[in-house]
Design a protein around this ligand. Structure first.
Ligand code: HEM
Length: 142
């Protein structure tokens, strides 16, 4: 019954890759990630505890960098060309008092953003688990 192609390991692997969409695809692709990043930064700059860190930062560029980063970590792109997250936040830690507490506030804004977009809870949890992996990197614990 089975053809040579169907039973060959290579075609079997390809078929399974094609049928498992990435988190990026399941979230809705570029339009959804861009919408989420937009709301996310609007929330951050409206938060009095967080806005001081973004003083003097070009928010248009920042949004673009965050879209690129999230696209990558959610599986939508093969490469991330931005700065290493430890280096990108080093100045904030050393000179502006960035603490893990601020990270938790930022993560909370992402959670509320995804909820406000009615992203299903299982996808939201998956996205939050990916973002949590950034914490030890930013604070130099890896
Ligand atoms: C959820 C965790 C976080 C992620 C995934 C993240 C991601 C990023 C990325 C991708 C960049 C751009 C890197 C580049 O220049 O190529 C960046 C820069 C930056 N992030 Fe974060 N970040 C996170 C947490 C935070 C927190 C907690 C703060 C402050 C409250 C913050 C403030 C900033 C600022 C101010 C910059 C610009 C730094 C500069 O250009 O000198 N980030 N972040």
């Amino acid at each position: 019954m089975s053809t040579a192609a169907a039973s060959s390991p290579a075609s079997y692997a390809n078929a399974s890759v094609a049928s498992v969409p990435t988190l990026y695809e399941r979230l809705g692709g570029s339009a959804s990630v861009e919408a989420a990043v937009d709301i996310f930064y609007n929330r951050i700059i409206a938060d009095p505890e967080l806005v001081p860190f973004f003083e003097g930062i070009d928010m248009k560029k920042q949004r673009r960098k965050q879209v690129a980063f999230m696209t990558y970590v959610f599986g939508g792109a093969g490469a991330y060309e931005g700065r290493d997250l430890f280096k990108a936040h080093k100045r904030l830690i050393e000179e502006q008092g960035l603490k893990e507490r601020h990270f938790d506030l930022v993560a909370g804004h992402l959670l509320e953003t995804l909820r406000s977009l009615n992203v299903p809870e299982d996808l939201t949890n998956e996205a939050m688990a990916v973002v949590a992996t950034a914490k030890p990197i930013i604070f130099g614990r890896v």
